[in-house]
Design a protein around this ligand. Structure first.
Ligand SMILES: NC(=O)C1=CN([C@@H]2O[C@H](COP(=O)(O)OP(=O)(O)OC[C@H]3O[C@@H](n4cnc5c(N)ncnc54)[C@H](O)[C@@H]3O)[C@@H](O)[C@H]2O)C=CC1
Ligand SMILES: O=C(O)C(=O)COP(=O)(O)O
Length: 527
């Protein structure tokens, strides 16, 4: 397996990658998009920070890429949607640089309040100018935090230690979590209107792009001070420039820019601006943390092991893995079986998770079901990562229903697939205590089948000689029947027979079985 490191990460991370059995590492920095496109087919993993852009074009040139690892938090330099569609896992390191970014924010806030960089520069230029650099105190001022995640919360704690009143806006954080951090959650307008300092700590997304622009500056207090140690583009740089020039904003501290690297911004010409070149995560500690964290995740992906910090696949808590794994195996087999039973393209899927498992986060099981269903048709183009997206693109509606109530078994997964409003099929399965998988039902027929090996599934009219005739055909072709189950709903009605057999069946045998009088459908599946 080959891993390409494209941005500078700690030597400790590179060493850990080099020590991984069967992994070869190349460090190639400052590659252009064209160079990356040329190199990427050789690699199974890529490591980046914020500099290298992993675009759709780069991903489309990959031939065997399994994982893109971001040694840091923000993944806005990676086309995650394209990666997902192409089945490439994207991992990041959500915790490793939290403190570094929070501390940098505090440093920037102090620099902004007390003009430290400007005063330093002026003194070095031979001026002893005390009156020019009169500052403001932080105590009793109001800090408005937009984005109360990991960094925002650490900034909140530190602001409180400075005696500041802290308000926050984050529509995705519950009030009680904010309360625990001693922060009051408000609507955005209130935070903008009441704050003396405003700092943003959210990811750059379609939703947050230019979230702070002309109309938002207009709402703010005169003389407000602005900080951005999150991402360029959350704050509209042109609008910020105007707001500073018009004296609405007394100063801004910026670590990140709409375009990076950035050395020519008009904002750098304003004395009210304090600027650093994206240094939020640049501490020795944070860089060791993120490099080691990302490398461990990359190795897990390359070894086919579950990861903890994937951005585009469901997270499974390590302590739940033992519980979830057999259900993942079951749902993949149910998906495969459902694909064989489908009477045409599937456009609607309902997956019911019943019993104890309903308490778990079940998206990983839905992913494996969809992978099992779609793989026989789409082959390598579908995998655990992209299965939900591929299903969505094919117009397949997927509903998950959870209920802790179940009638016969402690846990049951019941799936119904439909197509074209004209047909539907259903199957149910369970995992017994010793991690034994079972198919319990196909349509209305009750069964108890281990979903492994070669299965012949036959729906037929309930009449004499059906079983015998199928047995004769298989015998003629020297195909051994391992066991058999038959269920019928009423005498002379429809019946289902399932035959686990010892080998694959060819089209000729299937044709002979299908042509028997009384056979309604017959399918062969290898699970
Ligand atoms: N300057 C630097 O070197 C660094 C910058 N960062 C940036 O900081 C960002 C935040 O990092 P963390 O706190 O670790 O992430 P996080 O995921 O813990 O927190 C982000 C918060 O933003 C909130 N959010 C999302 N959309 C929002 C919206 N529209 N309005 C308000 N809040 C919204 C989320 O609910 C979440 O609580 C990262 O996404 C990254 O871009 C992170 C590390 C270093
Ligand atoms: O982790 C993040 O989101 C950062 O912005 C840090 O970026 P960097 O790894 O220092 O290029």
């Amino acid at each position: 397996m080959k891993v390409l490191v494209c941005d500078p990460i700690s030597e400790k991370g590179v060493a850990l990658l080099n020590e991984a059995p069967g992994v070869q590492v190349d460090v190639r920095l400052k590659l252009t998009e064209d160079q990356l496109c040329e190199l990427v087919p050789e690699y199974h993993g890529i490591v980046v920070r914020s500099e290298t852009k992993i675009t759709r074009r780069v991903l489309e040139h990959a031939a065997q890429l399994k994982v893109v690892g971001r040694a840091g938090v923000g993944v806005d330099n990676i086309d995650v949607e394209a990666a997902t569609l192409l089945g490439v896992v994207v991992v990041n390191t959500p915790d490793g640089n939290t403190i570094a970014a929070a501390e940098h924010t505090m440093g920037m806030m102090l620099a902004l309040a007390r003009h430290i960089p400007q005063a330093d520069q002026s003194l070095r230029q031979g001026q002893w100018n005390r009156s020019k650099y009169m500052g403001v105190e932080l105590r009793n001022k109001t800090m408005g935090i937009i984005g109360l995640g990991k960094i925002g919360s650490e900034v909140a704690k530190r602001c409180k230690a400075f005696g500041m009143n802290v308000l926050a806006y984050d529509p995705y954080v519950p009030q009680e979590i904010a309360k625990r951090a001693g922060v009051e959650l408000m609507n955005l307008e209130t935070v903008l209107k009441e704050s003396d300092f405003i700092t943003v700590h959210m990811p750059l997304t379609k939703e947050t792009k230019y979230m702070i622009s002309g109309p938002q500056f207009a709402m703010m207090k005169d003389g407000v001070r602005i900080l951005n140690v999150a991402r360029g583009g959350i704050i509209d740089e042109n609008a910020l420039y105007d707001a500073i020039v018009n004296k609405k904003v007394a100063g801004a501290a910026l670590d990140v820019y709409e375009k990076e690297p950035q050395t020519q911004s008009p904002l750098f010409t304003l004395p009210e601006v304090v600027a650093t070149p994206h240094l939020g995560a640049s501490t020795e500690e944070a860089q060791v943390n993120v490099a080691i964290d990302v490398v461990k995740e990359i190795i897990r992906v390359l070894n086919g092991e579950p990861v903890q910090n994937a951005v585009n696949i469901p997270f499974i808590k390590p302590e739940l893995l033992g519980v979830v794994r057999p259900y993942m195996e079951l749902t993949e087999k149910l998906g495969k079986l459902a694909g064989h039973l489908a009477r045409g393209p599937v456009d609607d899927i309902e997956i019911k998770y019943l019993g104890d498992i309903a308490a778990l986060d079940l998206s990983s099981l839905t992913n494996t079901f969809l992978k099992g269903l779609l793989r026989p048709f789409l082959h390598e183009a579908v995998n655990y990562v992209n299965a939900p997206l591929v299903a969505k693109q094919r117009g397949i509606k997927v509903r998950e229903i959870k209920s802790t109530q179940t009638e016969d078994y402690t846990n049951q997964i019941c799936v119904t697939i439909k197509g074209n409003g004209t047909w539907q099929r259903s199957i149910a399965g369970t995992v017994f205590k010793k991690n034994e998988l079972r198919i319990l039902r196909i349509d209305d027929f009750s069964l108890d089948i281990q979903p492994t090996g070669h299965l012949l599934i036959i729906k037929h009219t309930d009449k004499p000689k059906m079983i015998g005739q199928v047995g004769m055909i298989l015998g003629d072709y020297d195909i051994n029947i391992a066991s058999m189950q038959v269920d019928r709903k009423e005498i002379g009605g429809h019946a289902m027979m399932i035959l686990p057999i010892d080998q694959q069946i060819n089209a000729e045998v299937m044709e002979k079985i299908k042509n028997l009088d009384g056979i309604i459908e017959a399918s062969y599946v290898a699970l």
